[in-house]
Design a binder for this molecule. Structure first.
Ligand code: ZN
Ligand code: ZN
Length: 320
């Protein structure tokens, strides 16, 4: 099969064997999205070699266990963490924290920038007919945004600032707004701020404008990916408020910790999230993703797609 293979930081289109794992389902990938993690993998983060890609939609073509045969022909998305099944984290239902976990296209397991992948059936979620492939490819990042709602109580009375006008910021703002919360997206780029407004999200340029207006938020979600993101978030949150960190920053330096103590701020790290509410939000049109896709192309145009993912919004591979 055709696949993008990452080898010591070099990505190339190659001919790879169709994967086969006992006990798992074989999925033909129809579309796969490039996200910030993929860009980081190319830079050497996580020391991953193999086929990257973890945001996908596909169709189950084969099932090695008889009890999984009903999945064959089903259009699916997939939870990307595969736990050992026996450790404390796995038994607590938190396989994303299993120390022996594999993560699709990120850690010890080939991913979705290929014609086929395999996953256990317990990782699969059927995609409703009302969610087209180009929206289904966003389920994993929308699920990551939904994780915030599992960690922090957010409702119509909550004043929330989402920092960052990238893919994640625009998804998080929509997911949080779906709770009825008063959401302000703080962005850097005028075109992204306008895009957020067209999605019905109140958006302003730069956190400074929010600070100048004396705004203090109950919840600040940091999704800028910038080294000083946490420091900026601490300037926006009210005393006893919460800051959720969504971007993985590897060169964040040392942010000042005294405001966390003085203002009794809760800092929450947030990663992978639940697929079912994400699919539901997409199916009900509460999260709109059409205008986030700026490039759809085949695997052979991977250089252009990765460039677009770096500078534009969402680049998606149409694979089969
Ligand atoms: Zn991702
Ligand atoms: Zn485990």
């Amino acid at each position: 099969m055709r696949a993008l293979v990452l080898d010591h930081g070099r990505l190339q289109l190659a001919d790879a064997p169709v994967p086969s794992r006992r006990g798992e389902c074989l999925v033909r990938v129809t579309m796969a999205g490039i996200c910030g993690t993929d860009l980081e993998l190319l830079k050497g983060y996580a020391d991953f070699s193999g086929i990257p890609g973890h945001e996908f939609v596909g169709i189950v073509e084969a099932a090695s266990r008889p009890e999984d045969r009903h999945w064959i022909g089903q259009r699916v998305v997939g939870d990307i963490n595969i736990g050992c099944g026996t450790c404390r984290a796995c038994q607590d239902g938190a396989k994303e924290h299993c120390e022996a976990r594999q993560v699709l296209g990120i850690r010890a397991r080939d991913g979705a920038f290929a014609e086929y992948l395999t996953l256990p059936s317990c990782n699969l979620h059927p995609v409703p007919d009302t969610v087209p492939d180009l929206a289904a490819v966003f389920v994993e990042p929308v699920a990551a945004a939904c994780r915030i709602l599992e960690q922090v109580s957010v409702g119509p009375a909550s004043r929330v600032a989402v920092m960052g006008d990238g893919r994640m910021g625009l998804l998080i703002a929509q997911v949080v707004a779906a709770t009825g919360a008063q959401v302000v997206l703080l962005g850097k780029h005028i075109d992204r701020v306008e895009l957020a407004r067209r999605m019905g999200i109140e958006a302003r340029r730069s956190p400074e404008s929010a600070l100048a207006q004396g705004a203090r938020f109950d919840l600040v979600v940091e999704a800028t990916g910038a080294a000083d993101g946490l420091a900026q978030a601490l300037g926006l949150v009210r005393p006893r408020g919460t800051v959720v960190l969504k971007s993985t920053v590897h060169d964040s330096g040392t942010p000042p910790t005294w405001p966390i103590v003085v203002d009794e701020i809760t800092i929450v790290g947030s990663r992978c999230g639940p697929f079912a509410p994400a699919l539901d939000l997409l199916a009900r049109g509460m999260v709109k993703v059409d205008s986030l896709v700026t490039c759809v192309t085949g695997l052979d145009e991977y250089a252009r797609a990765f460039r677009e993912a770096d500078t534009g919004l969402k680049a998606v591979f149409a694979i089969s």
